[in-house]
Design a binder for this molecule. Structure first.
Ligand SMILES: [Zn+2]
Ligand SMILES: [Zn+2]
Length: 157
């Protein structure tokens, strides 16, 4: 997913809005059910470009409680800074980038593939649940308690 910002590159305060429809080749550990959709907005701040946006997709997951397969809606908000080429970036005395949150792009082209991947992965919860009140697997008989009642808990009481 490459966004070409040539039309605002030399316009201070220039704003570019682009609809996103992106089908990532593969994202480690993420099985997308549909393309990534949404929009991004790039604003020329002079020394940098401010990129914001909202993206949505849906991913197939395994519930961390009952191991059942389900589809989780994913929403991602982008808020990042890009700078053209290396020369326009501020350097400190050691030559390192002053602002590590600024990404570099070349030839008017901002490649969003990596940032979309990373933000989608960050949007996935550590313990995904098929439902907030998923009842999980019975530790005694292995029954999926979302699907049927087992007698185990009653016997315990
Ligand atoms: Zn579950
Ligand atoms: Zn049971």
């Amino acid at each position: 997913m490459i966004v070409n910002i040539s039309e605002i590159h030399n316009i201070l305060g220039g704003i570019l809005e682009v609809p996103i429809h992106f089908n990532p080749q593969s994202i480690e550990g993420l099985e997308l059910e549909e393309p990534v959709r949404g929009w991004i907005r790039v604003e020329n701040l002079g020394s940098r470009f401010h990129l914001t946006g909202e993206l949505h997709s849906r991913a197939r997951m395994d519930c961390s409680r009952c191991a059942g397969s389900f589809v989780l809606p994913l929403s991602v908000e982008l808020d990042e800074y890009y700078a053209a080429g290396k020369d326009e970036l501020a350097h400190d005395s050691t030559g390192e980038l002053e602002d590590l949150n600024t990404f570099v792009f070349f030839s008017d082209e901002i490649d969003l593939s990596q940032t979309i991947r990373e933000n989608l992965l960050l949007a996935v919860p550590w313990t995904p649940l098929c439902h907030e009140d998923c009842r999980g697997i019975c530790p005694q008989c292995g029954a999926n308690r979302n699907e049927r009642e087992c007698a185990c808990s009653q016997e315990q009481d």
